[in-house]
Design a protein around this ligand. Structure first.
Ligand code: IVH
Length: 658
C-alpha cells in the first residue's frame, strides 16, 4: 500500500474503533500497518499534518518553540460567592445600558487551557497559554490527543481558532498515579497537574500513552459576527467535529444562572472528570467588545468556583505500604471523618519529601481534601505552631513487612525494599503474574495468594508451577473441585503467548504494550535476555529508562534464576509467530493486493511468514511475487511494469504445497 492508502485505511480504522466502537482491524494488523506507515513516512520525510501516525507520537524535542497569541489568552475573575455573581450581572447591565442580553453557563473544566489553530480544516498549531501573550508550541503532543481532530469535518473556514481545556478523567488519573507510585516516581496531586505535566513532556510518544482528553469551549474570531452567540459558536465547533460539553446551558437571566449553578454543584460529582466551578459568559457576541476586558480577565465572563470539600481531622499514625516493586508509600491513618459523602480513614502521603514539605507529624490536626473527588489528600497542618507537637517524621530505615534495610536511589523520590522475598511484594507480584492481563490464572486471586504466601507454599511466582492439588484443596474456602479447576488454570497458563509472559514477569516500567513490543522485537526469551541495553533501547517505542530496567532485570541473578524456573515449567518463550512450517517462501518478499477468494489478508500473511517469507506493502524491484485477488489496483499495474510474477490464490496454494 502507498503511504496515502495506509493513511486512509488507518484513519478509517481509528474512526471505527474510537467513534463507532466497531473495530475493522485487529490490534496486530493495526500495529503492523501503522509501523509500515511510519517506515514509509520516515523514508520519504513526508508527514502530512493530519497523518494518523502523529497520533502515536512524533519525534521528541529538546525545547518547545514559543508562539505568540494574536488574541491574548486571558484568565477569568473568580468568586466563591453568589452575591458576587449578582454584582457581576449588575455591572454587565450597567455597561450595556439597557441593551438585551442573556448568559451561557458552562462547566469550568479543571485541566489546562489550550489553543488550537486549524488552517483549511487541518490542525496546524496547538499551544499552551503561557503568560497569556506567548505560550509553548505543543502541537506534536496535542496531536496524540484523540479528542482533538487532526482534520475538521464539514466546511470549516480558512482559519479557525479554538480554545478549550485538556484534562484527564479521574479513573485514568488514579490508575496511572498508582503505577507511578509503585514505580517510585513522584505521584501527581490531582488530574490537573498530571495533565499539565503530561503536555509539557518532550516526548510525544509518552503523551500518546496517557489518556488526555479535550473539550472545546470557545471559538475565537478577529471580529464579532452580527447576531452571533456563544451557544451558536459552540454548535459550530460541534459540527466541525470538536468535542463540546453537553452540559452548557443558555440562561435568559441571572436567576436562571444561579439555578443552573446549583444544579451543576449536584451534577458535578457524577461526572468522570473534575470541575472546579462554573463559567458564566454573556451569550451575545456583539456585547463582548463593548464590555471589554481588564488586563487579566474579560468583563463579559466570570467563574463561580465551588469550595473544595475539606474537613479537619487528626493523624493517628503514619504507616508504610509496600508495593509490587518494593516501593514504600507512607499512608496517613486518620481519625475517620466525613468528606464529600464518604468516610475517610486513610490518605496517601505519597513519599517522604511530601511529608517533609508539609511537615506532617503524627498527632497533628490536618485539613484533608478530596482532590480529584475520589482520592483524599492531606492539604496542610492546621496549626504548625501548636504546642506539644510530635517529632518530625523520619522515614524508617527498615521494611515494615520483612525488616530488610530500605534503599533510595538518587533519581527517585521513593524508598524501596529490595528483598525479593518480602511477603507483601511476593503477594502483589504473584497477583500481577496471575492477573487477567498477564497469565490469566483464574482462581488465583488475592484471597488464595494471601494464604499460599503466608503458609509458605509460595515464595515467588515460579513456585506456582510446583503447587499440587492437595496443597490447594487444603486452603480455606477451597474444595477439591475448585482446587482441580485452579490446577487446570495453572496448566493452561503454560500456553499463554510469550508477550503475556514478558508482561507477567513484572519488570519495572514494562506495561502491556511495552511487553508486546519487546516480545515482537526479540522473538524469544533467549534473545531478550541476552540483548544489550542499547539493543533494547533501539526497539521502537522503548526509551532509555525502560531499556535500563529491562536489562537490569535479567542481569539480577535472583530474577534470572526465576526466569529459568519458568522456562523449566514450560511457559512459552517464543513469540506467537508460528515456527516455520516450510520454506516455500524462504527469503522471498510477497506483496498482497485485492481480495482473495478464501483467505483473509492476515491469513495469507501468516502463511507466507510461516513458510519463511515476508510481506511488504508496496511493489518494488525487490518484490518476488505479487499475490493478487479480486479488484487488485495499482500494485498490479506496477508489478506488470516491473515484470514481477503475479500469482493468484490457487497458484499460491500450489507453491505452499510443493
Ligand atoms: S473561557 C477569556 N470556559 O479556566 C476567558 N475557561 O481562569 C477564557 N476554563 O485557564 C476562558 N473551563 O482554561 C473558559 N468553560 C470554560 C472553561 C475555562 C475551564 C479554564 C481556562 C482558563 C481558566 C480561566
Amino acid at each position: 500500500m502507498t503511504a496515502d492508502e495506509l493513511r486512509q485505511l488507518l484513519r478509517r480504522a481509528d474512526e471505527a474503533y474510537y467513534q463507532q466502537d466497531a473495530p475493522i482491524l485487529s490490534d496486530q494488523e493495526y500495529d503492523r500497518l501503522m509501523a509500515e506507515l511510519i517506515r514509509l513516512e520516515t523514508e520519504s520525510g513526508l508527514v502530512p499534518p493530519d497523518s494518523p501516525s502523529l497520533r502515536v507520537g512524533g519525534a521528541p524535542t529538546k525545547t518547545f518553540a514559543q508562539v505568540a497569541h494574536p488574541v491574548p489568552m486571558l484568565s477569568l475573575s473568580n468568586t466563591y460567592d453568589e452575591g458576587e455573581v449578582r454584582d457581576f450581572d449588575r455591572r454587565v447591565a450597567g455597561l450595556l445600558e439597557g441593551a438585551a442580553y442573556s448568559y451561557f453557563v458552562e462547566l469550568k473544566f479543571d485541566g489546562m487551557a489550550v489553543r488550537l489553530r486549524y488552517e483549511n480544516g487541518v490542525l496546524v498549531l496547538g499551544a499552551t497559554r503561557g503568560d497569556g501573550t506567548t505560550g509553548d508550541d505543543i502541537t506534536a503532543n496535542l496531536r496524540t490527543v484523540r479528542d482533538i481532530p487532526l482534520r475538521l469535518l464539514g466546511d470549516p473556514p480558512p482559519v479557525l481558532e479554538v480554545r478549550g481545556e485538556a484534562y484527564m478523567e479521574r479513573a485514568a488519573f488514579a490508575e496511572l498515579n498508582r503505577l507511578r507510585e509503585e514505580n517510585g516516581e513522584a505521584a501527581y496531586a490531582n488530574p490537573r497537574n498530571f495533565t499539565a505535566g503530561t503536555l509539557k513532556q518532550q516526548d510525544p510518544r509518552e503523551v500518546a500513552r496517557r489518556p488526555i482528553r479535550f473539550f472545546a469551549y470557545d471559538l475565537v474570531r478577529d471580529r464579532a459576527l452580527a447576531g452571533d452567540t456563544h451557544a451558536a459558536k459552540l454548535d459550530t465547533l460541534r459540527r466541525f467535529g470538536l468535542p463540546v460539553s453537553a452540559h452548557g446551558f443558555h440562561a435568559p437571566h441571572i436567576d436562571a444562572v444561579l439555578a443552573r449553578i446549583a444544579e451543576i454543584d449536584r451534577l458535578r460529582h457524577t461526572l468522570p472528570y473534575d470541575t472546579d466551578g462554573v463559567v458564566v459568559k454573556v451569550n451575545e457576541d456583539r456585547h463582548r467588545d463593548p464590555l471589554g476586558a481588564t488586563a487579566k480577565a474579560p468583563r463579559w465572563a466570570m467563574a463561580y468556583k465551588f469550595e473544595a470539600e475539606q474537613a479537619v481531622t487528626t493523624i493517628n499514625d503514619i504507616t508504610l505500604q509496600v508495593g509490587r516493586l518494593g516501593t514504600i508509600t507512607p499512608v496517613a491513618e486518620l481519625e475517620p471523618v466525613l468528606l464529600a459523602g464518604t468516610t475517610v480513614k486513610r490518605a496517601s502521603l505519597h513519599n517522604e519529601e511530601e511529608i517533609q514539605r508539609k511537615d506532617i507529624r503524627i498527632g497533628d490536626r490536618v485539613i484533608v481534601e478530596k482532590a480529584g473527588e475520589i482520592i483524599p489528600q492531606v492539604v496542610q497542618v492546621v496549626d504548625p505552631a501548636a504546642p506539644g507537637r510530635g517529632p518530625q517524621f523520619r522515614m524508617p530505615t527498615q521494611c515494615p513487612a520483612c525488616g530488610s534495610r530500605l534503599l533510595k536511589s538518587d533519581e527517585e523520590v521513593a524508598w524501596r525494599c529490595v528483598n525479593a522475598a518480602c511477603p507483601p511484594q511476593v503477594r502483589i507480584r504473584v497477583e500481577h503474574f496471575a492477573g487477567r492481563d498477564a497469565l490469566d490464572i483464574e482462581g488465583l486471586g488475592e484471597a488464595v495468594v494471601d494464604q499460599l504466601v503466608s503458609r509458605g507454599h509460595i515464595h515467588t511466582y515460579a513456585d506456582i508451577y510446583r503447587l499440587d492439588v492437595d496443597t490447594l484443596a487444603a486452603l480455606d474456602r477451597m474444595g477439591p473441585k475448585s482446587a482441580a479447576n485452579l490446577m487446570a488454570a495453572i496448566d493452561a497458563s503454560r500456553a499463554k503467548p510469550f508477550a503475556k509472559v514478558v508482561y507477567a514477569l513484572g519488570i519495572r516500567h514494562v506495561g502491556e504494550t511495552t511487553a508486546k513490543d519487546l516480545a515482537k522485537a526479540f522473538g524469544s526469551l533467549d534473545a531478550l535476555r541476552n540483548a544489550s541495553e542499547a539493543e533494547i533501547a533501539a526497539v521502537d517505542g522503548i526509551g532509555p529508562r525502560i531499556a535500563a530496567a529491562v536489562h537490569a532485570f535479567f542481569r539480577n541473578p535472583d530474577q534470572a534464576a526465576l526466569v529459568d524456573r519458568l522456562v523449566e515449567a514450560g511457559l512459552r518463550t517464543t513469540d506467537d509467530r508460528e515456527a516455520p512450517k516450510g520454506d516455500a517462501f524462504a527469503g522471498k518478499t510477497v506483496v498482497l493486493t485485492g481480495t482473495l477468494p478464501t483467505l483473509t489478508r492476515s491469513e495469507a500473511e501468516a502463511l507466507i511468514e510461516a513458510h519463511g517469507g515476508k510481506t511488504s506493502g508496496s511493489v518494488s524491484k525487490k518484490t518476488d511475487y505479487v499475490l493478487a485477488g479480486e479488484s487488485a489496483g495499482s500494485k498490479l499495474d506496477k508489478a506488470r511494469a516491473l515484470g514481477i510474477p503475479i500469482i493468484d490464490e490457487p497458484e499460491f496454494f500450489r507453491i505452499l504445497g510443493d
